[in-house]
Design a protein around this ligand. Structure first.
Ligand code: FES
Ligand code: FES
Length: 179
């Protein structure tokens, strides 16, 4: 029995948050235990990020936080305030695909596509750090993402090709800026 007059400590269960995603600001009032992936998908309708295992194993929920690939099922939305978040929706558009997306399309790096958003974000973060990787480095860099369809070879080929495409894109941008 509770001692007379005792009060339960006040537990904060909801919080106003402001997140920056794909260069845009989003606000919301969330349950403090809501994961980042659930907030992105359910509250913001950014459903490109997928949810698979929900415990950090499959990589389907990967997004970029300040340029690093992060599993959004393993963190709370409230923890993502103050960082720059990028989801697959920020990569390219159907008319102007990102080089990584083009390479996945051209090398059949996807079949059902469920794992693809996670692979794209992981590949981009990896290539930003390792711009000219060997095939072994690519395999290692993608080892945390699971695909049940492709057998991985198309994905590895796509990431290798994407490295070259990103280099060309950077070169073109630099020469356009110099004009
Ligand atoms: Fe996050 Fe599988 S859903 S790692
Ligand atoms: Fe189906 Fe990877 S393409 S799980």
């Amino acid at each position: 029995m509770k001692p007379k007059g005792s009060q339960r400590p006040r537990v904060l269960d909801r919080k106003d948050i402001r997140l920056r995603i794909n260069g845009r600001e989003y606000t919301g009032n969330v349950d403090v235990r809501k994961t980042l992936v659930d907030f992105i998908r359910e509250d913001l309708a950014l459903t490109g990020t997928h949810v698979g295992c929900e415990h950090g194993v499959c990589g389907a929920c990967t997004v970029m936080l300040d340029g690093r690939a992060v599993r959004s099922c393993l963190m709370f939305a409230v923890q993502a305030e103050g960082v720059e978040i990028m989801t697959v929706e920020g990569l390219g558009t159907p008319e102007h695909l990102h080089p990584v997306q083009e390479a996945f399309r051209d090398h059949h790096g996807l079949q059902c596509g469920f794992c693809t958003p996670g692979f794209l974000m992981t590949a981009l973060a990896f290539l930003n750090e390792t711009p000219a990787p060997s095939k072994d480095q690519i395999r290692e860099g993608l080892a945390g993402n699971l695909c049940r369809c492709t057998g991985y070879q198309g994905i590895v080929d796509a990431v290798e090709d994407a490295a070259g495409r990103m280099k060309t894109q950077t070169r073109k941008r630099a020469s356009a800026n110099a004009r």
